[in-house]
Ligand binder design. Sequence first.
Ligand code: ADP
Length: 376
Amino acid sequence: MATVEFRQASRIYDPARPPAVNRVSLTIDDGEFLVLVGPSGCGKSTTLRMLAGLEPVDEGSIFIDGVDVSEVPARDRDTAMVFQSYALYPNMTARQNMAFALENAKVPRATIAEKVARAAKMLELEPLLDVRPGNMSGGQRQRIAMGRAIVRDPKVFCMDEPLSNLDAKLRVATRGQISQLQRELGVTTVYVTHDQTEAMTMGDRVCVLKDGIVQQVDTPTHLYEHPGNTFVAGFIGSPAITLIDGVAIEDGRAVLGEGHVVDLGIERELAARATTGRVITGVRPEAWEILGVGGDRLPDTVPLKVILVEHLGSEAYLYCEPLMTADSTVSIRGGRVVVRADKRRTFRVDDVLSARPRFGESYFFDPATEINLEYL
Ligand code: ADP
């Protein structure tokens, strides 16, 4: 068990381009489950591989349990990696795969047997110990890869998209198993995924990366409720938040709409931080209130034309096109608004909603920096 600290750590593959990992500073507590999340190419794997010693630290440093390991070879860092590909030896049984690293380290045979048996029990792998990976399902291989990491009793687990080769249902089940196992073992874990749902459901804290730069490190709930900037707001949450540019602040109120005024309920103190008189507003699907369908547009609402209805069983999402006039001062990014709707109500394509964001449920960002006004 150990703490991990990245201190201004960078990885520069090509000096002519921005660093793949750019001055990452991050402290991970003993026993914590930290998820690195972000779009493809944002530097998640490289960050993890730097911790495991599989990539050099070109600038800055990385500490494990207070010791600078930046120059320490991978085998001496006491981290155990679980890869997306599992990287199992095909000609070895599950038992041999799990025991291999320990045999190389000259661990006594009785100890190896004990550790393998314990891991196999935790992972419900006992019936498979003498089976080779070629004769196993994806989920079983994934558990062997986990078992191989567990038997080493490492200071840190490094997991690189370990669930991405599983089908959707198994992924959800395994997600829960890994979280539970990590809690039982109490081993500090750094987990890479591009899937924000995985990040939100598994992490004690989540670190959002973009272009090699840390955007925000926070608990899942706090990330969702207090996103630091428009990128985090757009990345966390599914379906995604709607971002509206050019929303005016008038008399301390953020207003939307033409002729009709939708008061978004910005706090006075936040409104005062908006230097240009305009803000970017973020509205999550659940923050929209539908006041009417069809007929005349109701006062103080925004007209939204339904272009797609998505029924998910427990809820429904309406993908809408805002019917703003061409000379409107606001513009909606991507031209789409997603509204969560009561599943008991029937909506059809081409319905026109009179809707508005519920008072006080929008987010406000500075147009120049795209930072949430809360953080300015
Ligand atoms: P992610 O895991 O978030 O998808 P990576 O860490 O794999 O991102 O990659 C981050 C950036 O570094 C990308 O722009 C990628 O093209 C670049 N990169 C990764 N590995 C190498 C490499 N071995 N040589 C050069 N560039 C690399």
